[in-house]
Design a protein around this ligand. Sequence first.
Ligand SMILES: O=C1C[C@@H](O)[C@H](O)[C@@H](O)C1=O
Length: 295
Amino acid sequence: MVGIGTAPDSWGVWFADDPQQTSWTRFLDEVVAAGYTRIELGPYGYLPTDPVRLKDELDRRGLTMTAGTTFEQLHRPDGWDATWRDIAKTAELTAAMGAQHLVVMPSMWRGDNGEIVEERLDHEGQAKHGQAVTELGRRLAEEFGLQTQYHPHADGHIDTQDTVERFLAETDSAYVNLCLDTGHISYCGGDNLELIRKYPDRIGYVHLKQVDPKVLAEVEAEGLSVDEAVRRGVFREPPYGAPELPPVLEALAGLDAEVFAIVEQDMYPCAPDVPLPIAQRTLAYLTAHGGSRSI
Ligand SMILES: O=C1C[C@@H](O)[C@H](O)[C@@H](O)C1=O
């Protein structure tokens, strides 16, 4: 089964607290109105951080939480403390909601203005990073009972197919697997179907998004960041972008395990009335192609 859900990103939410964003109550109400039953936590502090209150808000709306999302900086020699401080609070709240997964993303090598802010990792750096993420996954499993699903990210240290494959080789599948984000993989020139075919046991979780090839070409030509690409609308409503999602859903349905596939159409910033109709159409499209909305 491929269990479809959605996330605050699909309502234009990137930050805990930003007056441009939809309020969290409107987000939750519209998720229900759109017909979804599963959500992600989004940036820590956007939804209530008191676990009793948050659970009550979810229960009242018949929603379950599949995962929290967070970034790491473990490629830095002194990155552990800052990473753990940020991740532990997200992990605690995520686990308290009964979710099983924590989606972890890399730090960026490219800054918001398109500038290079960090050198890419060499082979030794990739090996050390893989070991550190494995250790993170082990602690998240032992201390919070969460499965770590690593999410490659455009402009991040794990982004291209080559870095994703090396990352999988450097990490221990007992503690770390992949959150295949179809949009980020395509944005970086990777092949989602090939990753599912080559690493069926490592696909632990999925984010569904599509890329507009025209906007991507502009962004590449101008050397812009993914943040600017999002502002220009690089992530499109299905089925108007790439990759095609029905073959991805079919390949996921053929895996041994049930997998959550969470719609994450980044649209920061966006006008308040934009997300709901897109979310409704996207859910109808995905369920017509094999995705399941029910809990
Ligand atoms: O999972 C994600 C979280 C967001 O913060 C990020 O920008 C987005 O692209 C994503 O895939």
